[in-house]
Design a protein around this ligand. Structure first.
Ligand code: NDP
Length: 246
């Protein structure tokens, strides 16, 4: 389904990003495994992908740094010749009620989740135009759709990702480049492990399908959007949340 394609996945050393990288490789893509702090985990992902007979490289870069994203993309274009699929998965939370939320915590979440998505999209814009093809898949969140008390910074960043996705989808629609967002609900990863047991129970009780999602649930949706099967889908936000946003 993705043979001959090269995918760049941000934050691919662990969690949902790791599973996206592995799943895209299972479908035949070569994968650029971006990480920020998790070097060893990213190198493990590279070894797993190489074990499938695909090419993979781990590359350190914080997506919050515009220049560093440009350097990473230039280096990877030189190494792989082309990048066909960009998955903006890197994300952080710094939760607090607004009354206790510092400006630094607001900025950090916006810089990684929203500006990070802009940074890589901006640096891939011309290469995608030149190739007359491309797929961009951005990770939003159910929180960006519904809002959530204690997550004003995160909700703003993920709602921003939706606006960014729809706008750039309109810009690039005439060029055979699709831009979509995936909005996960509650997925079992390090990010949700940080929640208290009572917070986890409260979220689980709001999921119509009565279970937490898995990274694979998200990765399969991303792989579909990256494939030719989704060539007529752009500017959409696909909720993969067990029905949370109904
Ligand atoms: P995790 O906390 O498990 O992993 C976060 C990932 O993001 C890590 O790979 C981390 O890399 C990377 N990352 C963080 N900051 C940066 C940065 N500045 N530059 C590059 N990479 C960075 O999160 P999940 O896997 O759960 O989440 C993945 C995405 O899905 C996020 O965008 C998140 O907001 C979204 N999401 C998750 C949900 C969930 O329930 N888990 C629900 C809705 C959305 P490293 O370890 O190398 O620092």
């Amino acid at each position: 389904m993705l043979t001959g394609k090269v995918a760049l996945v941000t934050g691919a050393g662990r969690g949902i990003g790791r599973q996206i990288a592995l799943t895209l490789a299972e479908y035949g893509a070569d994968v650029i495994v971006n990480y920020n702090g998790s070097r060893e985990k990213a190198e493990e992902v590279v070894r797993e992908i190489e074990g499938m007979g695909r090419k993979a490289v781990a590359v350190q870069c914080t997506v919050a740094d515009f220049e560093a994203c440009g350097k990473m993309i230039d280096e990877m274009l030189a190494e792989f010749g082309h990048i066909d699929i960009l998955v903006n998965n890197a994300g952080i939370t710094k939760d607090n009620l607004m009354i206790k939320m510092s400006e630094a915590d607001f900025d950090a979440v916006i810089d990684t989740n929203l500006k990070g998505t802009f940074h890589t999209m901006k640096h891939m814009y011309r290469p995608f135009l030149k190739q007359k093809a491309g797929r961009i898949i951005n990770l939003s969140s159910v929180t960006g759709i519904l809002g959530n008390a204690g997550q004003a910074n995160y909700a703003a960043s993920k709602a921003g990702v939706i606006g960014l996705t729809k706008s750039v989808a309109k810009e690039l629609a005439g060029r055979n480049i699709t831009v979509n967002a995936v909005a996960p609900g509650y997925i079992d990863t390090d990010m949700t492990q940080a929640m208290t047991d009572s917070a986890k129970e409260a979220v689980l009780s709001q999921i119509p399908l009565k279970r937490a999602g898995t990274p694979k649930d998200i990765a399969e949706t991303v792989a579909f959007l990256a494939s030719d099967k989704a060539s007529y889908i752009t500017g959409q936000v696909i909720s993969v949340d067990g029905g949370m946003a109904i």
